[in-house]
Each structure stands twice: as C-alpha cells, then as structure tokens.
Design a protein around this ligand. Structure first.
Ligand SMILES: [Zn+2]
Length: 103
C-alpha cells in the first residue's frame, strides 16, 4: 500500500508525488495522455508517408534495425511501397492498438 499522494516512478522506481508529471530523480515522464499517443500515431504515419522509403518511421518507433533494412533496400522502392501501407495502418488503427504495439 502506498501512502496517500505518493506513487512510484515508472522508470527508476523512486517514490514521487502522485501528481508529478515528471520524476524529480530521473526526469522521465510519468503520465502520457491519449492525445500525445494520438500525435505519435500521426507523426509515425506522416514519417512513413514522407520519408518511409528510408525507414524514418521505423527509427521513430524505436526499431532502428528495420529502419536500416529500409535504407539498404530503398533503391528497390519496395520499402516505399511497404511504408505507404504502414502509413495507412498507422492512420487507421485505434490509438490503443497503436500504443500496445509501438508504445
Ligand atoms: Zn524516476
């Protein structure tokens, strides 16, 4: 049981005020609103559309290995086609599903 008004940091585990947005110890963000996830989903989709051929959205989503593959094969235009499909997926999947997969 936690004392009233305190919580544990999601990253470093320090005891912090329940209402703190960022941890005073490691400065990691504690609460990420649904809006920010929405933004991320749209950002990923736009990156996939505009820079998908070089895997920009993969780097953005924390999958640099896949991003490098996109760069290696960008001359085949296959990554561009795949990323176009991925952009459509990012635009259309629900936020929660996007968060579960990439958050
Ligand atoms: Zn912390």
């Amino acid at each position: 049981m936690l004392e009233n008004g305190t919580a544990f940091c999601r990253r470093c585990g320090e005891r912090i005020p329940e209402t703190a947005d960022t941890c005073p110890y490691c400065r990691s963000k504690q609460y990420i609103s649904a809006d920010e996830y929405g933004k991320n989903k749209i950002t990923a989709a736009i990156l996939a559309l505009v820079l998908g051929g070089i895997g920009a959205h993969k780097f953005y989503l924390g999958k640099p290995g896949q991003g490098i593959l996109y760069i290696l094969f960008c001359w085949t235009f296959i990554p561009s086609i795949i990323s176009l499909a991925e952009a459509i997926i990012y635009f259309t999947i629900p936020k929660e599903q996007f968060r579960a997969k990439y958050g």
